[in-house]
Design a protein around this ligand. Structure first.
Ligand SMILES: [Fe+2]
Length: 305
């Protein structure tokens, strides 16, 4: 990921441990600005009678199909399916891993990407999240690439890579199909750690080829568009997690505009998708914002012809 970014990330991780997670979020809408925010939300959900429904929703993981036409996609990749998991926060509830595994058992894909936030807390032991993540993916045979989120420490990478997952930390890999190529580029967390480095990630990449970016937070959308990426896959926002009817986001960290907070979006020639997240954080609840596993089906045809 680059020596400078590596040292910077370790230093920030150390500070989080020393301050037990406080001070990670930024911006007007950051949750840490509110004293016992989650306690207050829990009381509101219970008093309003919505708690049981919201908790059931946490386990009701939906499969979202997203077909995306990429003008530079080689014909050989037409129909290629990328399964995206994001924001698993896999150690939050003991029944969560089996719930996701059951959803995945019904799906077929060519590639799996995990766009960060394996762990629930932003500090502390990560072994539970690592094991739960491995349980979730235990029956998946497709190649799996991942990036780290703002809830993840570098220390979890070796165990997950030993199990076959490959992390792209300011790195790229060529995906081949029938002799055709697509570039898959992953960057480190641009949100809290800000140790992403697109220059390093793009070193050696043939930019004439179709490029897919994995970025934990969608906040890199403008830079990704400027650099000519074709597709950006992100998470981080949880789609709001607890939303108003219609999916209107109430709370977010203020680092990205509303149009990239959830679902499919476009910025110039860049197409993007921000997952609502497979898991949840803060509270094991969701309201008007279903958890999702996303299957992106790539299409080579230009969408407007
Ligand atoms: Fe998350």
């Amino acid at each position: 990921m680059g020596r400078g970014q590596f040292d910077e990330r370790l230093e920030k991780e150390k500070r989080l441990v020393e301050h037990e997670g406080h001070g990670q979020s930024r911006g007007v809408f950051c949750l840490d600005n509110f004293i016992n925010f989650y306690g207050l939300v829990k009381v509101c959900l219970k008093v309003s009678g919505l708690w049981a429904r919201a908790h059931r929703n946490y386990f009701d993981i939906q499969v979202t199909q997203n077909e995306v036409c990429l003008p530079r996609l080689p014909q050989a990749f037409d129909g290629y399916r990328i399964l995206q998991l994001s924001d698993l926060h896999a150690d939050f509830h003991p029944d969560f891993a089996s719930c996701v595994r059951n959803v995945l058992a019904e799906l077929e894909c060519d590639l799996v990407v995990v766009t960060g936030d394996f762990r629930t807390c932003t500090f502390g032991d990560h072994s539970g999240a690592t094991q739960a993540s491995l349980d979730i993916l235990s029956d998946v045979s497709a190649p799996c690439y991942a990036i780290l989120g703002n809830h993840d420490f570098l220390a979890k990478v070796p165990a997950l890579e030993a199990a076959g997952m490959r992390f792209l930390l300011n790195e790229s890999v060529v995906i081949e199909r029938d002799g055709a190529r697509v570039q898959l580029i992953g960057i480190d967390d641009p949100n809290h750690y800000q140790t992403h480095d697109l220059d390093r990630a793009l070193a050696g990449v043939d930019t004439s080829e179709c490029q897919i970016l994995l970025s934990h937070s969608p906040q890199t959308y403008q830079e990704a568009a400027k650099r000519g990426f074709d597709l950006q896959l992100s998470g981080h926002t949880h789609g709001g997690q607890i939303c108003l009817p219609g999916g209107r986001v109430v709370v977010h960290d203020g680092t990205s505009p509303r149009h990239v907070l959830s679902g499919a979006w476009r910025e110039g020639n860049l197409q993007g998708y921000t997952s609502r997240g497979t898991g949840a954080s803060g509270l094991p609840v969701r309201l008007n914002c279903p958890a999702e596993v996303t299957v992106h089906t790539l299409r080579a045809a230009y969408p407007y012809t």
